[in-house]
Write a protein that binds this ligand. Sequence first.
Ligand code: C5P
Length: 274
Amino acid sequence: MSDESRPSPTETSAGTSVETSAEVSAEASAADRPHARTAAVIPAAGRGVRLGPGAPKALRALGGTPMLIHAVRAMAASNGVSLVVVVAPPDGAGEVKSLLDAHSLPERTDFVVVPGGETRQESVRLGLDVLPPEYDIVLVHDAARPLVPVDTVDAVIDAVREGAPAVVPAVPLADTVKQVEPAAVPGEPEPVVATPERARLRAVQTPQGFDRATLVRAHGTVTDDVTDDASMVEQLGLAVVVVPGHEEAFKVTRPLDLVLAEAVLARRRLNDGF
Ligand code: C5P
């Protein structure tokens, strides 16, 4: 992408001005700095077609509040996070900025909005490009996981502070998983190739946490399509570790997930009432 076409960050009223693209020394890992500052990048530029027709997924309401606002609040709920970068749909940065301005958010956190790209990977990279130099730890959190509890966010940050270059929250699987040879025609029976031992499998969630220099290097090196950022770090041959995730950090993908998310919010409201 040329400098002319590179999107410029959009400042929110609670935000701060942000310089574009900071080069970070690979030697200066987050583990060297126990009080390293943490920024969260939230890719929210997807359309969410599996959820059915309607607004982009991140802007769908849950309990009357857009999913993206829940996700932003979930990151800002951690005392460790002092900057949240929201990666908006390419043509929707203004709308997302207005949305953040219209909702109450913690004052001790800065918020920045940038336009996203064609793929999730590109959207994350565009978010990384606007991080100021003083941030040594980066969380990447899907807007589609609006209800992740703050304890999970803190556990990820702590593990990066303790020296892991990449940390993913994950949960054991309830279902047995089969590897198949995908059918050429959808709906046709598919031959099973293998059955991995379920006890050794984990379903991976977000936020995923990274030593910033490691994640920037991964995004600059790995060009294969990936579905999560940690697998890019694996491709660099670096260690990725798992910490316990949470059942409420599930991804809102299909219509039934919206029903579950509403139920979780209702349960929280009930518990808050006592
Ligand atoms: O499509 P999927 O559910 O895997 O998307 C995960 C996250 O990546 C979502 O929060 C979505 O908004 C985001 N995304 C993005 N830019 C894209 C595609 C997806 O920020 N081009």
